[in-house]
Write a protein that binds this ligand. Structure first.
Ligand SMILES: *Cc1c(COP(=O)(O)O)cnc(C)c1O
Length: 390
C-alpha cells in the first residue's frame, strides 16, 4: 500500500468544481495582483481568526520579514526565537542584519521554552518570535508577560498553525503584536503556489504593513520608507477563498487521524501515553501531546499540521518505511544553533538538549485529512514490525 506523506490531489478532487470555476473567472478577468479576491480573503481571514486586520502577502517567509520591518528592527538588534523551527524563522532576522538569539524548546510541545527567553534578553533585544510548531500554540501567556516586562514586540510564526487556539480559546495570530501565516501547499490551508498573511490588531502597524507590501510607496511612487514586493496574487487568494470554509473540517480530520495513531500505538504496546519525553521499556515511541486538550472543550487545540513521533532508531525506521512506500519527513534535522550559516553566533550546543534530541529522534508520519483508517493501520503495523525486529 503506497502512502505518501501528503496527497494534495485527494483534496483537490473534493473541491475541484469550485476551484476550477474561480480559476477560469480569474483568467477571464485578467486581474492578477491584489484586487478584490485578495481583499475578500483578508476579510474572510479576519472573520475566521477574529482579528482586526489581515494583509495578504507573497509567502510565510515574507510575512515574517514584513513584520520585522514593520516593528522597525534595525541592524544589530537581537530577536529571540526557538532554535528548532523551519529555517525562515531565523533567516528573516539575519536578513535584517539583526542577530537571531536561539532558545531551546520544551520537550513535550516542541515549542519555545519560556524560561529560556528571559535568560537571553539583553539591552539589544527588540522582539520574540514564538513558533506554533506542528500546529499547536506556544505558551503565549508567559511569553507575552516577559515581552511586557521588557518592552519587546511579539511576532507569532503561525505558518503551521492557522486556526489553532491557545488555552483561552483565542486563535494564534491574534495573541501577539503581529501574526504570520503561510499558505505553502503543505500547510493546513494551502494555495496553488506561494502565499502568506500578516495579521494584527494594531491600526498603526496595519497601515505600515500595507505600505511596506508595495515597496513602501504611499502614495504610489512617493517613499517615506523602503519596503518590497510582498504582494499576494489573485489566483492564490481565490483558491484560498474556496478552501477556507473547509479548513475546520480538514483540521478535525487530522486530529481524528492523530487520535487513531495514538490509540493504535498504545494498543500495540509501543507507548503508554502521549507526551512522554524519555524512552523506556514501555515507551519505545514518544507520541505528540495536545497540551491544551483538557483545558476547555476547544475545537482547535491542536491542528496537527504535522504528526511527529520520536523513536530511538529513527533513520533505520525511516528507511524501513520508505521501503514499504510510506512517506515520512524529518522536521528538522539541523537546529539553527548547528547550522553552518549561524556559526558566527558561537552558540553552545549543550544549551539546546531538547532541540538536539528532537533533531536526532523525530520523524513525521502521514497525517493529511484524506487518509483512511486502513492506511493508518498499515503505517502502525509497519512501525511495530520494525520495532519488534530491531
Ligand atoms: C512554512 C513555514 C514558514 C515559511 O513559509 P513559506 O510560505 O514557505 O515562506 C515559516 N515558518 C514556519 C514555522 C513554517 O513552517
Amino acid at each position: 500500500m503506497r502512502i505518501p506523506l501528503l496527497d494534495l490531489k485527494a483534496q483537490y478532487q473534493t473541491i475541484k468544481k469550485d476551484i476550477d470555476d474561480v480559476l477560469i473567472k480569474i483568467a477571464e478577468s485578467q486581474h492578477f495582483i491584489l484586487g478584490p479576491e485578495v481583499e475578500k480573503l483578508e476579510k474572510n481571514i479576519c472573520e475566521y481568526l477574529n482579528c482586526k486586520h489581515a494583509v495578504g502577502v507573497s509567502s510565510g517567509t515574507d510575512a515574517l520579514l514584513i513584520a520585522l520591518m514593520a516593528i522597525g528592527i534595525k541592524p544589530g538588534d537581537e530577536v529571540i526565537l526557538p532554535t528548532y523551527s523551519f529555517f525562515a524563522t531565523a533567516g528573516v532576522v539575519a536578513r535584517m542584519n539583526a542577530f537571531p538569539v536561539f532558545t531551546d524548546i520544551e520537550s513535550v510541545t516542541f515549542n519555545i521554552k519560556p524560561e529560556d527567553i528571559e535568560k537571553k534578553i539583553t539591552s539589544k533585544t527588540k522582539a520574540i518570535i514564538p513558533v506554533h510548531l506542528y500546529g499547536q500554540s506556544a505558551e503565549m501567556r508567559e511569553i507575552n508577560e516577559i515581552a511586557r516586562k521588557y518592552d519587546l514586540k511579539v511576532i507569532e510564526d503561525g505558518a503551521q498553525a492557522i486556526g489553532a487556539q491557545y488555552r483561552d480559546g483565542r486563535n494564534v495570530g491574534n495573541l501577539g503584536d503581529i501574526g504570520c501565516f503561510s499558505f505553502f501547499p503543505s500547510k493546513n490551508l494551502g494555495c496553488f503556489g506561494d502565499g502568506g498573511m500578516v495579521t494584527t490588531n494594531n491600526d498603526i502597524l496595519y497601515e505600515k504593513i500595507k505600505i511596506l507590501r508595495v515597496h513602501g510607496g504611499k502614495p504610489k511612487y512617493f517613499h517615506k520608507i523602503i519596503g518590497g514586493n510582498f504582494r499576494l496574487d489573485a489566483i492564490q487568494a481565490a483558491v484560498l477563498n474556496v478552501k477556507l470554509p473547509h479548513l475546520n473540517e480538514w483540521s478535525e480530520k487530522r486530529r481524528q487521524n492523530a487520535y487513531l495513531y495514538n490509540k493504535l500505538f498504545i494498543d500495540a504496546n509501543l507507548a503508554k501515553e502521549t507526551g512522554v519525553t524519555e524512552f523506556n521499556e514501555g515507551n519505545k515511541l514518544l507520541l505528540p501531546k495536545a497540551v491544551y486538550e483538557n483545558e476547555k472543550s476547544l475545537i482547535n487545540h491542536h491542528i496537527y499540521n504535522q504528526y511527529v513521533i520520536r523513536v530511538e532508531q529513527r533513520d533505520e525506521l525511516r528507511k524501513h518505511l520508505t521501503e514499504n512506500e510510506i512517506g515520512t519527513e524529518i522536521y528538522y534535522p539541523v537546529p539553527f544553533h548547528r547550522q553552518e550559516c549561524f556559526a558566527y553566533l558561537n552558540c553552545r550546543d549543550e544549551d539546546y538538549t531538547n532541540s538536539n534530541f528532537a533533531a536526532e529522534k523525530s520523524i513525521a508520519l502521514p497525517i493529511y485529512p484524506e487518509l483512511t483508517e486502513q492506511q493508518i493501520e498499515f503505517v502502525v503495523c509497519k512501525i511495530k514490525e520494525f520495532i519488534i525486529d530491531s
